[in-house]
Design a binder for this molecule. Sequence first.
Ligand code: 13P
Length: 226
Amino acid sequence: MIIAGNFKTHHTRSSTLKFCRELDRYLSSKKDKEVTIFPTLSSLPYNDFAHLKIGAQNAYGAKNGAYSGEVGADQLLELGIKTLLIGHSERRGIFKESNQLVRKKFEFYSNEGFEIFFCIGEDLPTYQSGKTKEFLFSQLDRIDLEYPKLIIAYEPIWAIGSGESAGLEQIEEIHSFLREIGVKTSVYGGSVKPSNAQDIMNLKSVDGVLVGGASLELESFCSIIG
Ligand code: 13P
């Protein structure tokens, strides 16, 4: 089971390190859990924990260069980081990342052999108009679904940070649709918390969860891990 925590712009360098060390200790007795933490870029520790992986929430599709405010592959690889979140709805929405830019990042980092959590998800009007599947399909346009280290993260925008996850039926329906179009591995994100995580992870077509708010406190994240 894949369980990932996206810290977004929370935690500092020291609190991230403390969290990861304690989580690593907790995970030493856990089997079958593939845990990844995505800290803020300035808090990225070395990816050298025994039982968890460190990933980056974003990176530019280049090894290095004149891209002020961005990090590239060289900076991530120096820290031993080979896991990346691409296309989070906050990147797409607030920072205006287009499908084209997101795809370029995917192409660059898949060529570099990174494990990629590729985020997709519809907004409320799209959901309400019943056009979710078409929309998700368009977000995956020209993404190589055969890439073996690809994890699709389905995060409906209307469920992120709202306290209310999508319904179990909706989550299963979308993930089984993703299987039908060739996705091999997919996780759900959007108000995952200790009280609903197990039910979501028990769904047939779901391989794990991507957790925002409920990953910030160690106790809450550990109770999601189980
Ligand atoms: P929340 O769990 O806070 O809804 O955030 C989900 C998310 O965006 C993870 O990437």
